[in-house]
Design a protein around this ligand. Structure first.
Ligand code: HEM
Length: 357
């Protein structure tokens, strides 16, 4: 017997209309109505969602589910890499990225990232008002060095251009910090004690400075917890038993880090922005909090996770070092439309900035 299946009235199309209206909301409503495991039938495809312990454990650890088979089609759709090239290059590319961007090798990027962000900040002038989204977008457009690094190590990737970098986490982190004045104030005090008062041109940020500015890292992780990707996915390759159900091969097994991070058993007061909960994580040993799955898990866990954290950390330090900032709009809600990747804001959020003296 398979899990409860949500189909809809029109045979092949299935639940596509209902699901497409607000996929994230759909998943949570379906969990409440159908229980911890359910299948959604859409455009001839079956997606089986697991939302509680047993299912999550199968998703993360079972040998009967496959990462490459699940992501090949979306990769073809977004960056046009055909299946044969993907399967031939994927493992090599992953190992290379994991090595170059691993937590231990990462600080080589410090100087390059700081230089690049300084250049972008100069364009902002001494003061102004802008949409926070525009601000972070302009910073993330010049990662040519990262592409060059990939191409140098794996020339075959030259043929494929990546999609635009996604600056959403930098947006949300700035928005969360600026809408929590106590947190913002403590960050500014820490910055003065580590980097000194404002005024120096083009400060450099050492690995040691980053370690001392731990609250910023906690804010980024807490932001990622609250704005985690809507789903991660695996393809079922052999029948798997979860609770009393059998999930057949060919199903896409789906897990939602976004909703998992809202489970109060795992994260007390899950909707509150509480950077201090990250005090418990063993970040020195490169471990996150239990049940934090924003970067996926297992053999193909996000290889860019430490680089993403480093980049946002430097970005926030540089902007707060140079400018006094405040939001002109309240913290926007997240849109429930984005299932893949980090949720976008429902509406704009303006920021006013003025150079610190
Ligand atoms: C906060 C930002 C980021 C988030 C939330 C994120 C999240 C994720 C997630 C959830 C996965 C799928 C893992 C799984 O299914 O187990 C993934 C894979 C991946 N991420 Fe990230 N990521 C981020 C930033 C980055 C950055 C900056 C890079 C590159 C520089 C990157 C490169 C990749 C790659 C290449 C994969 C695919 C791995 C593979 O094909 O084996 N990510 N990421």
């Amino acid at each position: 017997r398979g899990p409860p299946c949500i189909g809809g009235w029109i045979p092949w199309i299935g639940a596509a209309f209902e699901f497409g209206k607000a996929p994230l909301e759909f998943i949570e409503k379906a969990r409440i109505k159908y229980g911890p495991i359910f299948t959604v039938f859409i455009m001839g495809k079956r997606m089986t969602f697991v939302t509680e312990e047993v299912g999550i454990d199968v998703f993360l650890r079972s040998k009967k589910v496959d990462f490459e088979l699940a992501v090949q089609t979306p990769i073809y759709r977004t960056v046009s890499v055909p299946g044969n090239i993907f399967f031939a290059l994927h493992e090599k590319l992953y190992i290379m990225m994991k090595g170059k961007m691993g937590a231990l090798n990462l600080y080589h990027f410090n100087e390059q990232l700081t230089e690049e962000l300084h250049r972008q900040l100069e364009k902002l002038g001494s003061h102004g008002t802008t949409d926070l989204n525009n601000l972070v977008r302009s910073w993330s457009q010049s990662k040519k060095w990262l592409l060059a690094l990939l191409e140098e190590n794996l020339p075959e990737t030259r043929l494929y251009k990546p999609t635009k970098d996604n600056p959403m986490i930098a947006f949300w982190t700035l928005a969360f910090i600026l809408s929590h004045p106590e947190v913002h104030k403590t960050i500014m005090e820490d910055m003065v004690s580590v980097l000194g008062p404002a005024g120096k041109e083009k400060i450099k940020i050492s690995e040691d400075d980053l370690k001392k500015l731990m609250l910023i890292k906690w804010c980024i992780l807490e932001t990622i917890r609250l704005r985690a990707p809507g789903v991660i996915t695996r393809m079922v390759v052999e029948p798997i038993r979860i609770l009393n159900y059998t999930v057949p091969p060919g199903d896409l097994l789906m897990l939602s880090p976004f909703w998992l991070h809202r489970n109060p058993e795992y994260f007390p007061e899950p909707d509150s922005f509480k950077p201090e909960r990250w005090k418990k994580a063993n970040l020195e040993k490169h471990a996150f909090l239990d049940n934090f799955l924003a970067f996926g898990y297992g053999k193909y866990q996000c290889p860019g996770r430490w680089l993403a954290l480093l980049e946002i950390q430097i970005c926030i330090i540089l902007i707060f070092y140079k400018y006094d900032c405040h939001l002109l709009d309240p913290l926007p809600k997240q849109s429930f439309l984005h299932l893949v990747g980090v949720p976008h804001p429902e509406r704009q959020c303006r920021i006013e900035y003025r150079q610190r003296k």
